[in-house]
Design a protein around this ligand. Structure first.
Ligand code: PLP
Length: 401
């Protein structure tokens, strides 16, 4: 049968402690044992179904991690206190001092800063490449390269990574492909396309409520067990664990993700067409003119659309600011970073979520100072929302008539 991430979530069967339809929240840091030997076995990872300590596993976190693994079609998952917690734990688990990483130059700014600045402490070098140019990616691989890092749909330029192509390359070189799927949950299932490790900021679409930060790592049993190994596991030893109350609330929100993704995509496609028709330079992978359109089509699960993210280029930061301020007053949404919320959010990427990327690199990667990134909300009447946007565009002189 065809893999469908929404069916994977639909088919989860969770009976809580008292038959509760939502599993009980396990409000405990530590867990008791009746036999001392079982505790020893649990420490050694040899007592299935036993919980030891919540930095390692907590039943509420396990429910969410299992649900994320089901959605991704991986053997296992682990949930973290933020997306950065997931990204940094997964990467640090795969590299040692002196190793090398090949990464897309276009990634979330925090990821870029971690790769570009933080890893220097450990003498880990990173080559930043145009991830859409497979020959450039391959040319950057060295004997000490341990992984290729990318985002399925990159932040903020919305480029599309060729996951099967990158996976084949990683396999040829005996290295790992790590993919951040934050922008495209359900739309793309990277592990099914060959990614070895899939990371998420659950803060965004997956949770969808902007009430917490959280993350997830999905991969093989072997990799997840290595992450939480009591002696060598990055997650176990650096401790970026998610709070069980948050796991419980995110799990409930995961069950509506498929409906939300369809609406985000529908609304974004509508706005992308309107922006384009208005003569504004628009980046949206759902537009046939987008260079990654056919590639995304070849990788995506049907029915969830092309995603809720759009970028428009207004040329200058001044115009971007004027438009965003007016749109906020016009109740289009909020001038705020982050994405995947039920209301539309917009920000000038170069001045916010990609501000960690030095300006010369921003220009080199094609990030204009006037780029406004939209995370399109769940508006019921997107035509009405477009009217408000058009009104703001007119007011700041970006639309005639
Ligand atoms: N990955 C992507 C693509 C993001 O956009 C972000 C945050 O904006 C992150 C990871 C980091 O996630 P968090 O803020 O949950 O740590």
């Amino acid at each position: 049968m065809k893999f469908d991430p929404a069916n994977q979530i639909q088919d989860l069967r969770h009976f809580g402690e008292f038959g509760d339809v939502n599993p009980s929240v396990t409000d405990s840091a530590t867990f008791t044992f009746m036999q001392a030997k079982t505790m020893v076995d649990t420490f050694q990872g040899e007592a299935d179904g036993c919980f030891l300590y919540s930095r390692h596993w907590n039943p509420s976190n396990k429910y969410l991690a299992d649900a994320m693994a089901a959605m991704e079609g991986t053997e296992a998952g682990w949930v973290t206190g933020s997306g950065m917690g997931a990204i940094t734990s997964a990467i640090l688990q795969l590299v040692s001092c002196g190793d090398h990483i090949v990464s897309s130059v276009t990634t979330y700014g925090g990821t870029f800063a971690f790769l570009s600045n933080y890893l220097k402490k450990f003498n880990i070098a990173v080559s930043f490449v145009d991830i859409t140019d497979l020959s450039a990616v391959e040319a950057a691989i060295r004997p000490e390269t341990r992984l290729i890092y990318t985002e399925t749909m990159t932040n903020p330029l919305l480029q599309i990574s060729d996951i099967p192509g990158l996976s084949a390359m990683a396999n040829r070189h005996g290295i790992k492909l790590v993919v951040d799927n934050t922008f495209t949950p359900m739309i793309v299932s990277p592990a099914r396309l060959g990614a070895h490790v899939v990371v998420y900021s659950l803060t965004k679409f997956v949770n969808g409520k902007n009430d917490c930060v959280a993350g997830a790592i999905c991969s093989t049993n072997e990799f997840i067990n290595s992450l939480i190994d009591v002696n060598h596991g990055t997650a176990m030893l650096l401790g970026p664990v998610l709070d069980p109350f948050r796991s419980s609330s995110i799990l409930k929100n995961l069950h509506t993700l498929h409906i939300r993704m369809k609406q985000h995509s529908y609304n974004a496609a509508y706005l992308a067409e309107k922006f384009t028709a208005s003569g504004i330079r628009t980046i949206y992978p759902g537009l046939p003119s987008h260079p990654g359109h056919d590639l995304l089509k070849s990788m995506m699960n049907p029915q969830f659309g092309f995603g809720g993210m759009i970028a428009i280029d207004l040329g200058t930061a001044e115009k971007a600011s004027a438009l965003m301020e007016d749109m906020e007053l016009n109740d289009v949404g909020y001038l705020a970073v982050s994405l995947g919320y039920f209301k539309t959010l917009f920000s000038n990427s170069g001045k916010s979520t990609s501000s960690e990327v030095p300006e010369d690199i921003q220009r080199r990667m094609g990030l204009s100072e006037g780029l406004v990134r939209y995370s399109v909300g769940l508006d019921n009447d997107i035509e009405r929302s477009w009217m408000k946007i058009a009104d703001s565009l007119r007011k700041v002189g970006l639309l005639k008539d």
